[in-house]
Every structure is written in structure tokens, then in C-alpha cells.
Design a protein around this ligand. Structure first.
Ligand SMILES: C[S@@+](CC[C@H](N)C(=O)[O-])C[C@H]1O[C@@H](n2cnc3c(N)ncnc32)[C@H](O)[C@@H]1O
Length: 254
């Protein structure tokens, strides 16, 4: 299903991706992911001067860290309405000083027309969800949005297709009388990864409801992404040797 929304320049069709997942995203994944986000990007975000760009902000994990730990302005780019709803609910509860520093862009980055707004950009758990053709539009858009010498941090997607089906159980979480649970099943499908998310809510008498949402992922190695980024002025950024992370800087003279 798609919703038609209107904008001054006309109308566009808005994706309803994450319509199922948004409800379960934070309750099942926030704890582990918050620690990961702080470990991967915390130091650089705290040093941001001109701004932090959170590409594919989702429910706001990176955005919230940036608002808490830096004094810089924050641009949260999130095209999916369901994820953006959680993000804005979270921003609504912030003190005014923080809310005044964050702008939410409800579009894919390459349609958001952002120019030199940040010296730190983060793609956390995003690049694996983008087909190569969309990645090709993303890199120059990040180049335009960053100031020269700015840094981009990308959480690396899976390097290759899974050899066999992988099932990852998400830790149960109690909310009052109910227990929320979930499972991710990753399997190879041609050149893509099929990621099926199953969620359930249990009460004393058993399962109350179950939901499923399927995503597609595209594997890419660090070397391949570096090769894609280089023509757009990005070079490896030394000092960030983490197997999960790709760190690059935008050359000052291109
Ligand atoms: C798996 S979610 C991750 C959300 C968040 N970064 C996190 O880790 O909690 C991927 C997000 O990227 C967003 N996204 C997809 N394509 C995008 C694009 N071209 N520009 C910006 N965001 C995009 C999706 O709407 C989705 O919310």
C-alpha cells in the first residue's frame, strides 16, 4: 500500500516500508543497538562542529545520541512514515534546546537537497537495505551534504550471501502483562538476502498476535563500497579500524 502525500512541488508516493516493524523496533532492539551506536560513532559525534547528518534515522538512535552528546545541529533523514512517527514522538518529548537543533527530512537523502550541512554523517544499519543503484545516488548526495574534510561512517552490510539460512532470535521484552518477541530469518535469494522479520506478543494464555514483514538486503564488501565512494571524493579515514565500520573522509579539493 502507498499513500499519496502532497508537497508544494506536487505529489509523491510515500513508501509504507517498516509499517509492521516500527511498532516492534525499539522494544526488541534498542538496548543492544544503543550500546553499539555509542561505541561506533560516539567519539566522532561528540566532536561534530557544523552538524551531524543521520541518514536513514529510523526511530532516532543516532539522532538522539547526537542531540545529547554534541552541540551541533542535527539533520535526520527518514523517508519511511512509520519510522518517522516514532522519531517525531521521541523528539516531541525533548527539551526545547535540543528540539530546536534537529530538522527531520521526510525523503530519501538524494531528494532532500542538503548542501554542506554537516561535518559528520552516519549510515547506521542502512546501506545493506539499499540496492546498488540506490547506493550510487546516495554517495554523491552525502558528498553534497558534507562540508569538505567531513567524515562519513557506514555500518558495513553483510559482505556476502549467507551460505545457509540464519535464524536470529531477538531477546524477549516484557511490557506489563505481555511479552514481546521476534525473530529474523536471513536466506540467500539470487544475488540478494531475504530478511524475514517475525514478531509476536504473548499473554498468560499464549500468543495474542503475530506479524511478519519481509525486507531485501544487498551484500557488499568494504572494498566494493570504497570503490563506489572514491569517484565521489571520499578517501579512507585512518584511525577507525573496526570490522563493523567503514570510515571515509571527503577530500577538501575534488
Ligand atoms: C533498518 S532501518 C535503520 C534505522 C536506523 N538507522 C537504526 O539503525 O535504528 C533503515 C532505514 O533507512 C531508511 N532509508 C532507506 N533508504 C533511504 C535513503 N535513500 N535515504 C535515507 N534513508 C533511507 C529506511 O526508511 C529505514 O528507516
Amino acid at each position: 500500500m502507498h499513500t499519496v502525500i502532497s508537497r508544494p512541488s506536487g505529489t509523491r508516493r510515500e513508501s509504507d516500508s517498516y509499517a509492521v516493524t516500527a511498532e516492534f523496533y525499539d522494544i526488541l532492539q534498542a538496548d543492544a543497538d544503543e550500546a553499539r551506536v555509542r561505541r561506533l560513532y560516539g567519539r566522532e559525534i561528540a566532536r561534530a562542529r557544523s552538524g551531524v547528518l543521520d541518514i536513514g534515522a529510523g526511530t532516532g538512535r543516532v539522532t538522539m545520541l547526537a542531540l545529547a552528546d554534541s552541540r551541533a545541529g542535527v539533520h535526520a533523514v527518514e523517508p519511511a512514515r512509520a519510522m518517522r512517527t516514532s522519531l517525531l514522538t521521541r523528539l516531541a518529548a525533548l527539551p526545547r534546546e535540543q528540539r530546536d537543533r534537529v530538522t527531520v527530512h521526510p525523503l530519501p537523502l538524494d531528494e532532500a537537497a542538503l548542501h554542506a550541512v554537516a561535518d559528520v554523517a552516519v549510515c547506521h544499519n542502512v546501506v545493506g537495505c539499499l540496492p546498488p543503484a540506490v547506493r550510487e545516488r546516495l554517495w554523491p548526495a552525502i558528498g553534497r551534504a558534507l562540508t569538505p574534510g567531513g567524515a562519513l561512517f557506514v555500518q558495513l552490510p553483510p559482505a556476502r550471501l549467507p551460505a545457509r539460512t540464519v535464524v536470529r532470535l531477538l531477546a524477549d521484552k516484557r511490557v506489563g502483562e505481555h511479552v514481546y518477541g521476534g525473530r529474523m530469518t536471513l536466506s540467500a535469494a539470487g544475488y540478494r538476502i531475504r530478511a524475514r522479520a517475525d514478531y509476536w506478543v504473548k499473554g498468560a494464555g499464549g500468543v495474542l498476535r503475530e506479524h511478519t514483514e519481509t525486507f531485501w538486503m544487498w551484500p557488499a564488501t568494504r572494498e566494493r563500497l570504497l570503490g563506489e565512494l572514491a569517484p565521489h571524493g571520499f578517501a579512507p579515514l585512518p584511525g577507525h579500524e573496526d570490522s563493523e565500520l567503514l570510515a571515509v573522509t571527503l577530500r577538501r579539493h575534488r
